[in-house]
Design a protein around this ligand. Structure first.
Ligand SMILES: [Zn+2]
Ligand SMILES: [Zn+2]
Length: 148
């Protein structure tokens, strides 16, 4: 099947036309399914349009890019003000964290390099597990004893 391009007026095989949903004129008849202009004419038209609209797509993206507003927040840890565009950000910076017992301990060890970490943690662990054991015993006192 052949079709005449309305732009370049060449009689071309139908494969050189893009398919479309609407109807178009093929061999003088209205037919469904092809563009009136051949693929190369459409490509050329697009190219010319793009050249006469330089930066159009760039501008489009610039316009439509969602700019996140910068918010000024107060860090709950150090109390300093900071600027962010992340809604979820709470602290002024990742390493600005409240002093938990673990962190206090780590800082203490850093300040006292003479303390052997392993010994320190071992003692701590031992103490803790002993406490835990005693607590457990107290909590479960009388349990497991069958009532007669
Ligand atoms: Zn054409
Ligand atoms: Zn902070």
């Amino acid at each position: 099947m052949m079709k005449t391009c309305t732009k370049c007026n060449r009689l071309l095989p139908i494969e050189l036309f893009s398919k479309r949903r609407g109807r178009s004129r093929i061999d003088g008849h209205w037919m469904y399914g092809y563009y009136a202009q051949c693929k190369s004419c459409i490509a050329e038209r697009k190219r010319i349009w793009r050249e006469s609209h330089p930066g159009y797509f760039k501008e489009y993206h610039k316009k439509h890019r969602v700019l996140k507003p910068i918010i000024i927040k107060v860090c709950p840890n150090c109390g300093n003000e900071f600027k962010t565009n992340k809604i979820n950000q709470v602290r002024c910076n990742k390493s600005c964290l409240p002093m938990t017992p673990v962190r206090i301990m780590k800082r203490y060890l850093k300040q006292h390099p003479e303390i052997d970490r392993n010994v320190f943690f071992k003692d701590r662990y031992k103490k803790r597990s002993r406490e835990y054991h005693q607590n457990w015993k107290q909590k479960h006192k009388g349990r497991g004893v069958l009532k007669s």
